[in-house]
Write a protein that binds this ligand. Structure first.
Ligand code: ADP
Length: 162
């Protein structure tokens, strides 16, 4: 069974993430989307909220699971018996950081590969932080957030004043 892990902050999950999830799910027997706790970031949504939003939008995908993990990604990959990490790649600005992470993870676990899926052009400039910023100015974010969770995200961001 070929298992892949798609890690991220997903604060909140966007249509750009969903696009990567759907495409990666077609390449592996099982895809696990994992919300990682990043000590360098202060998220707006709790881990539980982020996991529940992802669960809602992947319900229709039989081979996708959602989880969270507070620790080293390389350890999580081993724990799950996965062979690959999947990442989305947007503009060049993602590249430097992702390159560094991929090489570091390879050193930690030489059996694991990192696979990059190039963003779909329509989502090239979409990020969770852009969604949060737009929402803070009252802009319509419905184009960027999957329909199933749009209302709750808009409401939560309005309450958070983000
Ligand atoms: P963000 O940078 O939006 O806060 P995350 O840390 O949650 O995102 O990102 C998780 C993964 O999803 C990363 O590999 C990131 O490059 C990828 N990703 C995020 N947004 C997009 C998008 N619009 N298109 C393709 N990949 C994306």
């Amino acid at each position: 069974m070929r298992i892949a892990i798609y890690p991220g902050s997903f604060d909140p999950v966007t249509k750009g993430h969903l696009d990567i999830i759907e495409r990666a799910a077609g390449l592996f027997d099982k895809l696990i989307v994992v919300v990682l706790t990043n000590p360098a970031k202060t998220p707006v949504f709790s881990v539980e909220e982020r996991v529940s939003y992802i669960r809602r939008i992947v319900e229709k995908l039989d081979n996708v699971e959602t989880d969270c993990f507070d620790g080293l990604l390389a350890d999580y990959v081993k724990l799950k018996g996965a062979g690959a990490i999947v990442k989305g790649l947007r503009a060049m600005s993602d590249f430097e950081y992702e390159f560094q992470m991929a090489l570091t993870n390879k050193q930690l676990n030489p059996e694991m590969e990192t696979l990059f899926l190039i963003t779909s052009a329509e989502y090239m400039y979409l990020s969770s932080s852009i969604v949060r910023q737009l929402a803070s100015f009252g802009a319509d974010i419905s184009r960027f957030i999957p329909d199933e969770i749009r209302d709750i995200i808009v409401e939560r961001l309005r309450k958070a004043g983000k």
